[in-house]
Design a protein. Structure first.
Length: 168
């Protein structure tokens, strides 16, 4: 899966692939093998292919990720280009519509229920994919008409998660 990672005015493409029990990560022309494990609410363990292991703190809100490692903290904006393109299409049509899973995963929890009013960018549900929890956000302001999934349910890529009617 490809992502665009921005730190200030710097931008780079990062590709993450499942590799055995860990991940292969491409940064520029360089590939790294790594294991990434959640060991607490915001504490992660990262082990690189050379055996180096570090603990880091990770907080996220939407596409913004704050990572503290050692004595430094960095803020990154991580964007899935496919999701950004999809949100752009939805905005062009006036918003609303069916929100679909962009990857296979497991619904960890629902953040809204049928009848809830939502604002663009509000969290709708948490989808766990590749051992990472991803907040699925509302593509536009509206009302949640239908919820097609339940917590604990496994979904395929493209599965319909819920429907939002755009505000008039």
């Amino acid at each position: 899966m490809k992502f665009i990672v921005r730190e200030g005015s710097n931008e780079r493409e990062v590709e993450v692939l499942r590799h055995g029990s860990g991940y292969r990560v491409r940064l520029g022309d360089r590939w790294l093998d790594a294991d990434f494990v959640n060991i607490g609410a915001s504490v992660r363990s990262l082990r690189l292919e050379d055996g180096t292991q570090v603990a880091l703190l990770h907080h996220s809100s939407g596409t913004t990720h704050e990572i503290s490692l050692g004595h430094g903290t960095v803020q990154l904006d991580v964007v899935d280009p496919l999701a950004a393109r999809r949100r752009g299409r939805s905005d062009d049509m006036g918003g609303g519509g069916v929100v679909k899973a962009l990857m296979p995963g497991r619904v960890v929890r629902l953040l809204v229920e049928q009848g809830a009013s939502v604002r663009k960018g509000a969290g709708l549900l948490i989808l766990e994919a590749m051992k990472m929890e991803n907040e699925i956000q509302a593509p536009a302001d509206g009302v949640v008409d239908e919820v097609f999934v339940t917590a604990g349910q496994t979904v395929e890529s493209g599965a319909e998660l819920l429907h939002i009617s755009a505000n008039a």
